[in-house]
Design a protein around this ligand. Structure first.
Ligand SMILES: [Zn+2]
Ligand SMILES: [Zn+2]
Length: 401
């Protein structure tokens, strides 16, 4: 009987312990919801403004007075809301594990009160001053991630600790005002992407073989062709996001010329352009303000019924996997299935739909964007990419890093 009582007690503690961990996640979601409200609900806006006014662009504090006011008017009420929400859940449910979330909120209240009185000088991890050295975190907020909320776009990047809230809201990447250059811009997908990017408030630049085309949504058309990557150096300095989307498909051909063309356009030109762009990512703000997207296609893991298309796209995919181990900015792969175009009239998906899915997933900070109707790709690609990434990490190195 005594044993049974101890067992029940143990099980109960375990049960509440799990809810305690859940409460940490929930209380962070409450913080993010309060943050969103602080940008949208007029009574909270002036309180939260103190937080935004307290920092310079390198996250150094503008003045002690502003910093202390920010603690009082923003951090203290935020912590109180977090505590009240957790106490509410603990009392109503009643899952007493949620009191852990309450204590967690209380620790932020104490830190904010001490900071507001100048009694505690430790800055929190997401506001430490200095240059931005790392890429934005994928699942957890780091300095580079949060810097964008202050200085890139205040209506995005709301998350405080778990980036999941931004992923759900589609605010994990803002395209507003970003200069986005797209290669292969006059092709079916290039055109559709430029239209979608423009709809998101981006300023798309079309890189196309001929300047003599009209491309809806493009603010500028720059003539460019594969093989002249270095010529784009100056243009790319001012570009936030480069989308490498050009490519050719020689279908069933297997001549020496077809091999040369496929490797040159689909793999080598794309790789050289990637290197030219990565050179422009400065080590001060670059990791927060620049991104590279590369369309490697589903041919990375599945047949495209065009051997040279597969071979060249797989080479490009491998080079990106190798290079993005220590790339200075976010590098996204676009893994796309067949869509309807002039080259592929039997494609099932429309290019417009594919383009809007790409943009929607990028705004959720998905780094490997898969858009296809083939279920095998969703299974095969993540396995291939993870395994290869680990293998490359072990057997390669970059002495410059
Ligand atoms: Zn804010
Ligand atoms: Zn902040």
């Amino acid at each position: 009987m005594w044993d049974a009582a101890v067992n029940t007690l143990g099980a109960d503690w375990l049960f509440q312990g799990v809810w305690g961990l859940v409460s940490i996640f929930v209380v962070e979601m409450v913080r993010d919801a309060y943050h969103v409200a602080s940008h949208l609900w007029p009574p909270l806006i002036p309180l939260h403004n103190w937080h935004h006014k307290a920092y310079r662009k390198d996250f150094s504090v503008v003045s002690t007075e502003l910093y202390q006011k920010a603690q009082i008017y923003n951090d203290v009420p935020e912590a109180l809301v977090m505590m009240m929400a957790m106490a509410g859940i603990a009392v109503v449910t009643p899952l007493w594990g949620f009191w852990l979330g309450f204590v967690y909120g209380a620790s932020f209240l104490i830190a904010a009160l001490l900071r507001s009185q100048g009694l505690f000088h430790g800055s929190d991890l997401t506001h430490e001053p200095g240059p931005l050295k790392t890429r934005p975190g994928i699942w957890f907020v780091n300095r580079t991630y949060h810097w964008r909320h202050h200085f890139d776009e205040t209506t995005a990047y709301y998350a405080g600790y778990f980036t999941l809230s931004d992923k759900v809201m589609g605010t994990a990447l803002s395209l507003k005002g970003k200069t986005v250059a797209v290669t292969g811009a006059s092709g079916t997908l290039g055109r559709a992407l430029i239209k979608q990017l423009a709809a998101q408030g981006a300023k798309p630049i079309a890189l196309s073989r001929s300047a003599d085309v009209t491309i809806e949504g493009a603010v500028k058309i720059i003539p460019w062709q594969a093989g002249r990557e270095k010529d784009l150096g100056d243009v790319l300095k001012r570009v936030n996001i480069l989308v490498i989307n050009h490519g050719i498909n020689v279908h069933g051909e297997r001549t020496a010329d077809a091999i040369a063309k496929s490797l040159e356009v689909n793999a080598l030109s794309a790789w050289r352009l990637m290197e030219v762009f990565l050179e422009t990512v400065d080590n001060r703000l670059g990791p927060a303000t620049k991104e590279l997207w590369v369309n490697t296609s589903e041919a990375e893991v599945n047949p495209a019924f065009s051997p040279l298309y597969e071979t060249s796209k797989r080479l490009l995919g491998d080079l990106i996997t190798l290079r993005r181990q220590d790339a200075p900015c976010v590098v996204r792969k676009l893994i796309l299935g067949p869509f309807k175009s002039n080259l592929n009239p039997v494609g099932v998906m429309s290019a417009e739909w594919v383009a809007s899915a790409i943009v929607s997933l990028a705004k959720r900070d998905i780094r490997n964007i898969i858009v296809t109707i083939n279920p095998l790709t969703y299974l095969a690609f993540p396995i291939k990419e993870t395994a290869q990434s680990i293998y490359f990490k072990i057997f390669s190195r970059n002495p410059k890093k």
